[in-house]
Design a protein around this ligand. Structure first.
Ligand SMILES: [Zn+2]
Length: 165
């Protein structure tokens, strides 16, 4: 069932090129990081292609695809490694798209019910429907702007940060 949802998310958000990360993105909405982190199953590096954010393919961004029906995701997310992410945009989706199998674009077209649109045996393919309120929420990694006296200091700091993460 979850595997179906993942495939549906890929269709509805046009992420069929393997953009989605395999691992959930885990973070807290609160700086104290109490309790279990939030876990976002669907996420990818960068910002949506249609967004007009500068440098949207940079890993400075992470986009979370989730059901925002009851409000969009938190304004700030805190990761266990101390990295802070600031929400920069949220885009609502219609939550649906035409099933690609309708155009015969599917391997194993005889799989019924269809894992994407759930069409039963003998039924025509219809729409992939995730539901109302799905959205893409884009976060930007919060800038750390330490002041270094020399380039050597900066290099050294970068190395230790990497070791820390
Ligand atoms: Zn279908």
């Amino acid at each position: 069932m979850d595997q179906n949802e993942r495939a549906q998310v890929e269709q509805v958000f046009a992420l069929t090129g393997g953009e989605l990360n395999d691992q959930p993105f885990q973070a807290w909405s609160d700086a104290s990081r109490d309790g279990a982190p939030l876990s976002f199953a669907y996420n990818y590096d960068g910002a949506p292609e249609y967004s007009d954010l500068p440098d949207r393919y940079e890993t400075e961004y992470i986009t979370i695809v989730s059901d925002c029906l009851f409000g969009s995701e938190s304004d700030v997310l805190y990761q266990a490694n101390g990295v802070r992410w600031i929400k920069v945009a949220s885009f609502r989706s219609s939550g649906e798209t035409e099933c690609p199998c309708k155009q015969g674009d599917c391997d194993g077209d005889d799989d019924r019910p269809c894992p994407l649109c759930e069409a039963q045996q003998g039924e025509a393919h219809g729409y992939v429907y995730l539901g109302d309120g799905w959205c893409e929420t884009v976060y930007r990694r919060a800038a750390r702007r330490p002041i270094y006296r020399t380039r050597r200091d900066a290099r050294h700091a970068r190395r230790s940060l990497r070791a820390y993460e």
